[in-house]
Ligand binder design. Sequence first.
Ligand code: 0O2
Length: 228
Amino acid sequence: MINYNENFNWSEFLQPYELAVEGFILKIEGIKKQYHMKKMYCPIEIVSGRVKSPKSIIDKATRMNVPYNYLDERLYDIGGIRITCKYIEDVYLVAEMIKNRHDITLLEVRDYIKNVKPSGYRSLHLITEYNVETVDGSQTLRLEFQIRTHSMHFWASIEHSLKYKYQKQIPAEIKERLVRASETGARLDNEMSSIKAIMAELEALGVGESNIDDSLEDEVTINNFKRW
Ligand code: 0O2
């Protein structure tokens, strides 16, 4: 077990992550607003973010045997941005959008939609590097983007709270049912995509209004920070 230094300054360590996460939420809210202004369909529905708590960092680092002077190198999700979309296609569109940004470097893609985790967890993760400006100069941080549909998010948030409830030892029967619930979620996502494809065909024939985006608020907000 790693002995974490009691004098470790968590506020100083985490502040650049807060800056980065808060900044990125604003940037993505800004993109949503641009889609809105151009009256284009926006693939982003909700953006939120969080910086891991010291307790959660220590738990994970202890589990992964990471000493505190390697935390920022070895833990990829101290700073996390989560983007929720309506459709699976949108998840991949948003991923391309993030990958093409000049302010981040993509390190790794973890596609838990194509390779569903044994728990049933589905989401697309992009592990990236991002430079944040601090009083001590430029600092390079890892940021993890979790991009998912509403149905993936619904599943993950319930499973996450069950892990807490049962101290990570979810009873076998519930585990099995969660895997089945995740499969049901995947079918729902596929069905919604089929409906979207039919809507596009009808739109090409002039049936229904195009470019209707009902998902956008007029205000840019950073209230989603630390909300997941
Ligand atoms: P929290 O509380 O959300 O911060 P690895 O690098 O593969 O050894 P790591 O870093 O866990 O392990 O990577 P992975 O698997 O990509 O997971 C990173 C995050 O994805 C997790 O962070 C969760 O947020 C989410 N996640 C991954 N697997 C699951 C799952 O089975 N269920 C749920 N609900 N979420 C999952 P944390 O630190 O585990 O949790």
